[in-house]
Design a protein around this ligand. Structure first.
Ligand SMILES: *Cc1c(COP(=O)(O)O)cnc(C)c1O
Length: 403
């Protein structure tokens, strides 16, 4: 094709920068977690996955699988339409009530992914508010940023978790203008947690709405896994809580919860909600089952936290530069795309450990990292082996060690 050379040039520059993305071709077999089969260029090899977002292994939970299989047999593979045109299954309605109940909100709305939930909701909401300004944490997820862009509203980016900067930005705005503060509870690449209460105080003081992404917190934190806002008793002070079923819940799909008028408006106006086929009833049924399990049973969560503690200790002992920031996510900054790739290659080739390098634009340049996530199925021996492997790789590549 006549234009191909242009794409090839773009790809060459990605490769030169060391951030050309190579996907690991995996088979995560049920009952084998945290092992997976890696289809490498040299053949198939068994590796331990150390970077999954399936934090509790719920994607392989027997009841979650059973719900999906059972619902498929009963209702078929697809929903058969958009939500408006024959694609609202009873399972959608039930799950929307469930998420609203989980977060103590009046109404819930399901989207095909967490990404779409953020983009569609933020763009729709902000457009409805005349002359709205959106205050956005600088480390917000791409889906929030896209939502803000699509809204066409003015945006002010405040420094990450920086209350003084947020206050300063709020105080320079016309008090009469509508304002929306968009932020995240657990930031996925740093593993740190937002000062939610203080942000709510600022929102009250300056009459702003609050929009909180709890994607990495639901299922893991707070009573019944409702997230960080729930853990702190702050759900009532957040106007819109967004999350998904794809991380701790181990399935797929996104949602928002909020007041009846707000959610009903998004339902009625958001293009990314309206003009797309709804999730298959089987996906919805298994997400529902996963959420129900994690509302009642904290055993898996408790196991996760004990593993997180063990992994932190082991990393500290190895002196690799990991900076735990209060959540279950443990990032180790390598600081250069090529070196980060080399770390991951050595781990995979020589230690049968799979972690994916995290590069720009997911993190800023110079902040390239690996992001470790442990699950209940990782044993103490696996944690020790990971520590040994990191020590080996850090020494061989002569990388920075913490004091
Ligand atoms: C993964 C993620 C999303 C997107 O959710 P999907 O269901 O994967 O589309 C949104 N926000 C944050 C913070 C995320 O990490």
């Amino acid at each position: 094709m006549a234009y191909d050379h242009i794409f090839s040039e773009h790809l060459s520059s990605l490769k030169a920068e060391g951030r050309y993305r190579i996907f690991a071709d995996l088979e995560r077999l049920v009952g084998e977690a945290p092992y997976a089969l890696w289809h490498s260029p040299k053949g198939v090899k068994k590796v331990i996955v150390w970077c999954t977002n399936d934090y509790l292994g719920m994607s392989q939970h027997p009841a979650v699988i059973e719900a999906m299989v059972e619902a498929t047999r009963r209702y078929g593979a697809g929903s058969g339409g958009t939500r408006n045109i024959s694609g609202t299954a009873h399972s959608h309605v039930t799950l929307e009530q469930e998420v609203a109940d989980l977060h103590g909100k009046e109404k819930g709305l399901i989207f095909t992914s967490g990404y779409i939930a953020n983009e569609a909701t933020i763009s729709t909401l902000a457009q409805a508010l005349p002359d709205c300004v959106i205050l956005s944490d600088e480390k917000n997820h791409a889906s929030i940023i896209q939502g803000i862009r699509a809204s066409g509203c003015e945006r002010r980016i405040f420094r990450h978790n920086d209350l003084a900067d947020l206050r300063e930005k709020l105080s320079t705005l016309d008090p009469k203008r509508p304002k929306l503060i968009a932020f995240i509870s657990v930031y996925s690449m740093d593993g740190d947690i937002a000062p939610i209460e203080a942000i709510c105080d600022l929102a009250d003081e300056f009459n702003a709405m609050t929009y909180l992404d709890e994607v990495h917190a639901v299922g893991l934190y707070g009573p019944q896994g409702a997230g960080i806002a729930a853990q702190l008793g702050l759900q009532g002070r957040i106007n819109i809580i967004q999350a998904n079923f794809a991380k701790a819940y181990g399935v797929m799909g996104g949602y928002i919860t909020g007041s009846i008028p707000l959610v009903d408006y998004v339902r009625s106006a958001a293009s990314g909600f309206i003009f797309t086929t709804s999730l298959p009833p089987a996906v919805v049924a298994s997400a529902y089952t996963s959420m129900r399990i994690l509302r009642q049973d904290t055993a898996l969560r408790d196991q996760l936290w004990s593993r997180v503690g063990l992994l932190k200790q082991r990393l500290e002992k190895s002196r690799v530069p990991c900076q735990p920031a209060g959540s279950h996510i443990l990032p180790i900054v390598v600081g250069n795309a090529g070196r980060c790739q080399a770390v991951c290659d050595l781990l995979r080739e020589e230690h049968n450990i799979y972690v994916q390098p995290i590069n720009y634009p997911t993190v800023p340049r110079g902040q390239e990292r690996i992001r470790l996530t442990v699950t209940p199925s990782h044993t103490l021996e696996m944690i020790q082996q990971l520590g040994d492997a990191l020590e080996d790789v850090w020494h061989r590549l002569n990388l920075y060690l913490a004091a």
